[in-house]
Design a binder for this molecule. Structure first.
Ligand code: ADP
Ligand code: MG
Length: 689
């Protein structure tokens, strides 16, 4: 038996079991070994428990009897006696016949749940594991279940039907680990020594059947490291592949158009913008293509930074794509660029969106293919297959977290190994960015342009609306503008949209009949959206009632009041992004968060954090704590693998070390080393991406 043997090599696993296991992603011995316990049951611990009402407990004991109690609601009551002789009732309101059949007298169980008190201790609908066999059945595996620490495995109905419950896994795994299977090491020896890691063989044994807590910890650490190391190696491998293809298009070191832009600007670039531009340019001086992540909080002036970089390309007849996640944003970038550059004769700026009339689309495509359009601003519409460029040398992706890794690659493939400049306002904690964007150079804009006033953020319950409306009126009468944002959640999209439209009608009829109010949401026709946005830009609309379509990027400096309805329904990063719509000009700005009285603890934490700081970095760290990295960035979108054990939040040190080691080993050539090649050729790495 080796790691690649089929599961049927294990005694007790036949074709049928193997088939169900394969459907659950476990196809060979190695898969099984990497199917880790969900929890462990520590018997010594449960022995000493003093039972208290309200405690969450895991208890070991035996079934003594069971009966149906016919009351208002029929329920199954299973009598259960713990190792210490305490009697507890396990109560089931649903599925009584099933549980009655399973939980027969004398079965040994591990029971998990919350301890209630009602004429004695009871647990309602506990989680349980059957540890012993049917009475009378010889159970050779029983020895497995009396060790001090018992692994409990996740399972599901289809697995259980074939006997692969927690107990089934325990049995199969012990058979594998007790055989003299050899588990070859896959980490380089130097790395193991340096990080004091357990050998793979020991780690895999101890993660399943640890003799002590220390055993388990060492095993976990080693296996976490393995995940992180191979993930980093994969990133570095990708980066190397990209670098192997040399640059074909060279941006100019000095751009006349850029010089001109600097002179024409009503302000000067901030120091951070200048140094970001210089740094990005330094990456493009060599013959390797660049991949860079420009990170700067909302309002820090990333657009202008990107445009400055772009002009060094366009001045050399190299095409640039400027990708935005929404049409509103793409349109705004298009106008911004035209606004800054005027209509320069050689800088043909193009806007390409979805749903364009066929003829104008064909014309644009032709100009792009011929290399006449130098900057093409657009949305997802740019991914279409028939879109080609003559000399695409730079891809700029704004709000890059809204795009997936595949999309990043899809657009790059349209160019001649083009440079990549991804931008984001979501400041990503360092470890996370290493994990996520380990293949990107990081450039940070730290400070916003001077003269910005802090945004006054306040949180009110909805019974204070009259006062809020008065304030809005005051600022609007002074010439400022206001956003009122409603949440729009996919699951309740229709309802949400209704409430936004209703609010618009109520506000324009009853509250502000004398003011100019506009409505903007994603379901409107493109022409209408453009018209409303233009009117708002030119202060022909004073109050804009809207949904999250304005979440990212929208730039109207005269808007100084942002009201967010049902603010507790937004995530923290999203609220921070929304807040970035104001505070963009010289006037003092306000962000007003409105909620009902009843909101969750998480909701309270988010809103309080927001009123306390404007620092996007701090906020994203808080968000990371509240929601975890997956939610924060959208796991699937971001290309972040689902690690089985590693947690990039808590395993900061390991992540860093894995990165450093992988950089050492990831150098071209070293990737050819046997241990690493074998790892990759195993065809799958320990994460699902
Ligand atoms: P973000 O980084 O959020 O994309 P933008 O690029 O939209 O920010 O810029 C925000 C606002 O700041 C815009 O109105 C832009 O014109 C302005 N801006 C950019 N750079 C400067 C600067 N150096 N000085 C003053 N204002 C600037
Ligand atoms: Mg922006």
């Amino acid at each position: 038996m080796d790691l690649h043997s089929p599961l049927t090599f294990i005694k007790g696993i036949g074709e049928k079991k193997a088939e169900v296991l394969a459907r659950n992603g476990i196809s060979n011995i190695q898969d099984l070994l990497y199917y880790f316990p969900r929890r462990y049951l520590d018997r010594t611990l449960t022995d000493n428990i003093l039972l208290k009402q309200g405690d969450s407990v895991t208890l070991l004991g035996k079934v003594v009897d069971s009966y149906l109690h016919h009351g208002k609601k029929t329920r199954l009551v299973v009598g259960f006696v713990t190792q210490n002789g305490e009697r507890i009732q396990l109560v089931f309101f649903k599925g009584a016949p099933f549980f009655q059949k399973q939980l027969t007298k004398d079965k040994t169980l591990a029971v998990t749940g919350r301890l209630e008190y009602y004429r004695g201790f009871q647990i309602i609908h506990p989680d349980y594991e059957i540890l012993s066999a049917e009475p009378g059945e010889a159970d050779t595996s029983n020895l497995l279940h009396v060790g001090r620490i018992i692994p409990l495995y996740p399972s599901n109905d289809s697995l259980k039907k074939e006997g692969m419950d927690s107990r089934g896994f325990r049995r199969a795994l012990s058979r594998v680990l007790d055989s003299n299977i050899s588990i070859p090491e896959v980490l380089p020896r130097e790395v193991i020594l340096k990080n004091k890691l357990l050998p793979r063989q020991d780690a895999l044994k101890n993660i399943h059947f640890p003799d002590s807590d220390e055993d388990w910890q060492a095993a976990t650490r080693r296996l976490k490291y393995e995940e992180l190391f191979f993930f980093q190696l994969l990133l570095i491998h990708k980066m190397n592949l990209r670098r192997e293809i040399k640059r074909e298009l060279w941006p100019l070191p000095h751009s006349p158009s850029y010089e001109k832009l600097l002179k024409a600007l009503p302000f000067s670039l901030t120091e951070d913008q200048k140094s970001a531009i210089a740094k990005i340019q330094s990456f493009t001086a060599g013959d390797e293509p660049m991949a860079c992540l420009l990170q700067g909080d909302v309002g820090s002036g990333k657009t202008l930074t990107a445009l400055s970089v772009a002009l060094h390309y366009t001045d050399n007849q190299i095409q640039v794509v400027f990708l935005a996640p929404t049409e509103i944003l793409a349109r705004q970038h298009y106008q911004t660029i035209l606004g800054y550059m005027g209509n320069l004769p050689f800088l043909n700026v193009e806007l390409l969106l979805g749903g364009e009339p066929k003829k104008s689309r064909q014309e644009k495509l032709y100009r792009m293919k011929m290399g006449e359009s130098m900057i093409v601003v657009g949305t997802h519409a740019l991914f279409q297959e028939d879109i080609e460029f003559r000399d695409l040398g730079l891809v700029i992706i704004d709000e890059q977290h809204k795009f997936g890794v595949d999309q990043r690659e899809a657009i790059r493939s349209k160019g001649k190994n083009p440079d990549l400049l991804a931008m984001t306002a979501t400041p990503i904690p360092r470890t996370l960015s290493l994990t996520l964007y380990g293949d990107l150079e990081l450039v940070i804009i730290k400070n916003k342009p001077a003269g910005r006033q802090p945004i006054d953020t306040r949180w009110f319950f909805d019974d204070k609306k009259a006062g809020i409306y008065n304030s809005i009126r005051k600022y609007v009468t002074q010439g400022r503008q206001c956003y009122i944002v409603y949440p729009l959640v996919e699951e309740s999209e229709k309802l949400d949209l209704n409430s936004c439209v209703e609010a618009y009608e109520n506000l324009s009829r009853n509250i502000f009949p004398d003011l100019k109010i506009g409505l903007l949401h994603g379901k409107m026709k493109n022409n209408d959206k453009t018209r409303v946005m233009d009117d708002f830009k030119h202060n022909k609309i004073q109050i804009l009632v809207t949904t999250t379509v304005v979440e990212v990027g929208v730039d109207v400096p005269n808007a100084t009041v942002l009201v967010v309805e049902h603010a507790d329904r937004f995530g923290l990063s999203q609220l921070h992004q929304l807040r970035g719509r104001v505070g963009r000009g010289a006037h003092k700005s306000f962000c007003i968060l409105i909620t009902g009285q009843n909101i969750s603890q998480d909701g309270k934490e988010r809103l309080t954090a927001l009123t306390e700081t404007e620092d996007g970095f701090k906020l994203s760290e808080i968000d990371l704590k509240i929601r975890g990295p997956g939610e924060l960035l959208g796991v699937r979108q971001s290309g972040l693998p689902e690690f089985k054990l590693a947690d990039i939040q808590t395993d900061e040190e390991l992540t860093k070390n894995a990165r450093i080691d992988a950089l050492d080993f990831g150098k071209p050539g070293l990737m050819e080393r046997e241990e690493i090649k074998s790892r990759f050729s195993e065809g799958r790495i320990l994460f699902t991406n």
